[in-house]
Ligand binder design. Structure first.
Ligand SMILES: [Zn+2]
Ligand SMILES: [Zn+2]
Length: 152
């Protein structure tokens, strides 16, 4: 006789740090090996936020979610580098699609990214790109200035 012990202590998944939604585990794919079927699970909130990876156990995905949520929360609450051009900290906005980091500058490329870690990377990359563009412009201006000095 086997007794089904109800799974009374599922680790509680934290609410989505971006939208407050409750995450749900869903099956992402089945993998067959010989006559054995293996399910893969993903976890996301109703708005689709969550870790990109899937895994072979619900337990694991709960842990994965909580780790993701903790990381997202710490990113949202920790200081992000201020914009070197306007000196402002980026506003972190979240909407249904994810995060946007934006500052006071013109030409800030704001792109919504569902993964907060990637959102920060997009922000940092945008700064690096604009630094390079500015360096190019300075170099050009210097060249033009020197050329016109000679011409004068
Ligand atoms: Zn969410
Ligand atoms: Zn700025």
């Amino acid at each position: 006789m086997s007794i089904n012990i109800p799974d009374e202590t599922p680790k509680k998944a934290t609410d989505c740090p971006l939208c407050g939604g409750n995450p749900e585990i869903h099956v992402t794919k089945h993998v067959y090996s010989l006559n054995h079927r293996m399910d893969y699970f993903g976890i996301s909130c109703p708005n689709g936020h969550g870790p990109a990876e899937d895994g072979v156990s619900r337990e694991f995905m709960l842990k994965r979610w909580n780790a993701w949520a903790a990381k997202a929360t710490s990113i949202l609450s920790s200081p992000i580098r201020p914009c070197p051009f306007c000196g402002h900290m980026p506003h972190v906005k979240s909407n249904d699609l994810g995060l946007i980091l934006d500052c006071e500058c013109d030409g800030t490329s704001s792109k919504t990214v569902s993964d907060p870690v990637s959102a920060i990377e997009v922000w940092e990359r945008g700064i690096e790109r604009r630094k390079r563009l500015n360096a190019d412009a300075e170099f050009l201006n210097g060249t033009i200035a020197r050329a016109s000095e000679k011409g004068a």
